[in-house]
Design a protein around this ligand. Structure first.
Ligand code: G3D
Ligand code: MG
Length: 176
């Protein structure tokens, strides 16, 4: 069982990505929820070609934007995976990526992190793919472009994250 947390500024689409993935819908009235939402999902993975299996993932989604560092760390602790979302139509959400990354990796140094450029369906996009790719190279993490609205790459993002985390864990156990 793996813990996966959603990171990123408010309204970038964290909850929408999770809803798209777990319930295949978009734009429902789930946004008003206060607190931490937790969803359990069986993720279909293929660690070796032709060898499908499933992993149970517990998805943590923090509603609102707590300013208390303490609360954020407690939310992040014990995670194997984080997906760090920004909104390609709002540059400030992209500029905050490094700060989210730093605070997460302090708490979960062995976790897998994926950088997610969301809302790519919108025609008022201003953060280009090159910017996201560059930051992901600097941080040495994966990069993927998604739209929770159309569903583009959403399932792929979750599957890849989980496969990477399991591979990393297997490697770690193997090297013991
Ligand atoms: P958060 O959980 O990161 O705070 P939400 O963000 O999932 O609540 O989404 C914030 C707003 O962005 C919502 O709009 C939601 O519908 C919209 N949104 C999320 N993902 C996408 C996307 O991929 N494409 C588009 N076009 N919009 C998206 P409202 O207006 O309902 O607040
Ligand atoms: Mg949310």
């Amino acid at each position: 069982m793996l813990k996966m947390v959603a990171l990123g500024d408010g309204a970038v689409g964290k909850t929408s990505c999770i809803m798209r993935y777990t319930q295949n819908n978009f734009g429902e009235s789930y946004k008003a929820t206060i607190g931490t939402n937790i969803a359990v999902k069986d993720v279909d993975i293929e660690l070796q070609p032709g060898e499908p299996s499933t992993a149970q993932v517990v998805l943590w989604d923090l509603a609102g934007q707590p300013t208390y560092k303490d609360l954020r760390s407690r939310y992040m602790v014990g995670s194997s995976i984080a997906f760090l979302v920004y909104d390609v139509t709002r540059p400030p959400t992209f500029l905050n990526v490094a700060s989210w990354y730093d605070s997460f990796i302090k708490v979960a140094p062995d976790a897998i992190v994926t950088l997610v450029a969301n809302k790519v369906d919108r025609d008022d996009r201003v953060v280009p793919p090159e910017a996201g790719e560059m930051v992901s190279r600097w941080l040495n993490i994966e990069y993927i472009e998604t739209s929770a609205k159309t569903g583009e790459n959403v399932e792929k993002m979750f599957t890849k994250c989980v496969e990477s985390a399991i591979r990393k864990e297997e490697k770690r156990l193997g090297n013991k």
